[in-house]
Design a protein. Structure first.
Length: 111
């Protein structure tokens, strides 16, 4: 979770923004990391449970490597999309807060 978050935000966010986003979305990022980790176990599960994997080793190993690669790319894109959108929302919120000017109308009583 931390590695992917840092990797995505290192070139785009300041350290304050990065810390804010990681703190704000800690549980979402943790769930994403656990889900990607579970997806990464799918090829291993196939290797461990299939007797056919021994017979067709060259084909199964090739397919397993492709699945590992796809899961890695999916995880990277998922974290990047999620965190860059969160960074955009954070910056928009900060911009909207800075643009709001409190005004008062003072009635002088003269007409």
């Amino acid at each position: 979770m931390r590695l992917m978050s840092y990797d995505v935000l290192a070139g785009h966010a300041s350290s304050e923004e990065r810390d804010t986003l990681i703190k704000q979305y800690r549980w979402s990022l943790l769930v994403m990391g656990v889900a990607c980790g579970m997806l990464g176990a799918v090829p291993t599960f196939f290797w461990a449970t299939s007797a056919l994997a021994l017979v067709l080793f060259p084909i199964v190993s090739f397919v397993a490597l492709w699945i590992y690669s796809l899961i890695f790319v999916f995880a990277g894109l998922w974290f990047a999309h999620f965190l860059l959108e969160a960074l955009q929302n954070l910056r928009e919120d900060e911009l909207n807060k800075s643009l709001v000017v409190e005004t008062r109308v003072i009635d002088s009583g003269e007409r």
